[in-house]
Design a protein around this ligand. Structure first.
Ligand code: FAD
Length: 520
């Protein structure tokens, strides 16, 4: 198969990029499950953008830099804050229906934001964005979408002009048909989302297996800052394999975190109390749980005006009711869960990775926006802003990226013997949760490195050619990304933002005010 541009992923980044790139190129978009299955579809809180009269890109920039603990790239955040309002207007033009109050866009408040700037569609923002973008894509004849098509590996070749390696397409698995396709493309955009499934408790759906980071790294693209894993402080307890998120916006409306015996413990930890930055809140909960032995803390909603919870958060209210909780009369039991990957494939401000012809946008990319800690609701915005920039750049470059046809890539071999992927993933998630979690130490990280190394040495068995083969490959991707997270974490011998280690509890800006970059 041939196309101008191959896109992997049908979340907000892949769809936005496809719509823009299709203005000047033919686009083939592959997605490994049904087209709505993405992290995007589960986003609740909303999209941050400086659109209020009392707000400005400068204030948004300031708040983002503060959250990022010194590691944000100022220029990347400037672009985000400046272009944000325009990209949000574009989402509205594509049909996204954000909530309104008295005719105006309703703006929510979340931790770390000095203004109300979170555009939302009740508490189903991601679902509404996904709906609108998928409709716009369906109306565009230059975009072809193939569901159940899994990018297995990237194709690379030597660029005859520069004699440097270039991405020339991908090998994909048709999951239903159980056969491999070789796709030749002038350029590839990875928009494959994050890697929450590395951890035992996560808010991320099953697709979040870190594929893009592994695919890019295996093909020679550099990755950065993978030690910064954001744990969301408030997942509904018990968390299960895909934890239900209780949005930070609930605390923005007045929800207060308390111990099970009613103490508002964050008041002693941070001046912003329950609305302290996420890393501070997650660490305080972790400490409280270890100290008390309790299974969870609670979110008390008694300060919210009557009726407000059900009206503003209908989905969360329903999820609580389904679990037999009488909220807001009763508090919500919550625990932290892995939520967001701040690092990823290193890109420039136009989505280009270090491998020519390979672009990345959305959660898979490390653009420099988040630094050591993502500010709430900046990720959907980053995805649209940087997908837009990547598409604009691609349209300038696409004619120079002449197709390189080579021999068809060899069909990947599937391991018939080896360890069951379920067994590998269970072990891997346990290691990541207990040794590479919210609070780390050199000793635990070294132990994780050894245990993950042993796991990676054993081939993962594939019991079939379709979904089973995809599962085995995803397990391999998880293994690869887990090892990269640990390598990055071991390199940063200080505590900063989301990376907190008991072995080096202080910030060391003299040595570590820089990205952790790994190149294959
Ligand atoms: C519960 C929850 C709530 C959130 N709330 C917010 C919020 O309020 N505000 C905010 O800004 N952010 C929020 N986030 C984060 C935000 O949703 C994500 O960062 C963002 O949606 C990522 O978009 P994306 O397009 O990069 O990836 P995704 O939306 O995850 O899409 C990835 C796509 O890639 C596909 N894919 C993956 N691997 C392959 C492969 N090998 N081959 C083919 N296809 C592949 C997947 O199937 C999927 O279609 C939330 C996340 C979660 C989980």
């Amino acid at each position: 198969m041939q196309t101008d541009v191959l896109v992997a992923g049908s979340g907000i980044a892949g769809l936005t990029f496809a719509l823009k790139a299709a203005e000047g190129a033919e686009v083939l978009l592959l997605t490994k499950k049904g087209r709505v299955e993405s992290n995007t579809n589960y986003a609740q809180g909303g999209v941050a953008a400086a659109v209020a009269p009392d707000d400005s890109p400068e204030l948004h920039l300031r708040d983002t830099l503060l959250a990022g603990a010194g590691l944000c790239h100022t220029r990347a955040v400037e672009e985000l804050a400046r272009e944000g309002p325009e990209r949000v207007r574009e989402l509205v033009e594509w049909g996204v229906r954000f909530s309104r109050e008295r005719g105006r866009l309703a703006l929510g408040r979340e931790a770390g934001h000095s203004r109300r700037r979170i555009l939302h569609a009740a508490d189903l923002t991601g679902h509404e964005i996904e709906r609108a973008l998928l409709e716009a894509v369906a109306d565009d004849p230059r975009i072809r979408v193939l569901e159940d098509h899994f990018v297995w590996e990237l194709r690379t070749g030597l660029d005859p002009r520069s004699w440097r390696s270039r991405c020339t397409g991908a090998v994909a698995l048709d999951v239903e048909g159980g056969r491999f396709l070789s796709i030749e493309a002038r350029a590839v955009l990875l928009a494959t989302g994050g890697s929450g499934r590395l951890y035992r408790h996560t808010t991320n759906p099953a697709i979040a297996t870190g594929d893009g980071v592994a695919l890019g790294y295996e093909s020679g693209a550099a990755v950065a800052n993978l030690e910064f894993v954001q744990f969301h402080p408030t997942a509904l307890y018990p968390a299960g394999s895909q934890a239900f998120l209780v949005s930070e916006a609930v605390r923005g409306e007045g929800g207060v975190l308390r111990t099970v015996d009613g103490r508002a413990f964050l008041e002693d930890v941070h001046p912003a109390g329950s609305l302290a930055p996420r890393d501070v809140v997650a660490r305080a909960i972790d400490l409280e749980l270890r100290r008390s032995g309790a299974a969870h803390v609670v979110l008390d909603l008694s300060a919210l005006p009557e009726g407000r919870f059900g009206e503003r958060f209908p989905t969360i209210a329903r999820a609580c009711a389904d679990r037999g909780l009488d909220v807001p009369a009763e508090p919500i039991p919550v625990v932290p869960a892995a939520h967001y990957q701040c690092g990823g494939l290193l890109t420039d401000w136009d989505g280009r990775t270090s491998l020519r012809g390979l672009y990345a946008a959305g959660e898979v990319a490390c653009t420099g926006v988040h630094g050591a800690n993502r500010l709430a609701s900046n990720s959907l915005l980053e995805a649209v802003v940087y997908a837009h920039r990547a598409a604009r750049r691609l349209l300038q470059e696409v004619q120079d990226l002449a197709p390189i046809s080579g021999r068809d890539a060899e069909e990947p071999a599937l391991a018939r013997d080896g360890v069951d992927p379920v067994e590998v993933e269970d072990r891997l998630r346990e290691v990541m949760w207990s040794r590479v979690g919210i609070v780390r130490s050199d000793e635990r990280l070294e132990a994780a490195r050894a245990e993950l190394g042993e796991l990676a040495d054993r081939p993962v068995r594939s019991d079939g050619t379709g979904a089973a083969a995809m599962r085995a490959r995803e397990t391999g991707f998880l293994s690869r990304v887990a090892a990269l997270v640990v390598r990055c974490a071991l390199r940063r011998r200080e505590s900063r933002g989301l990376h907190y280690t008991e072995s080096h509890p202080h910030r060391d800006s003299e040595r570590y005010l820089r990205d952790t970059v790994l190149a294959a």
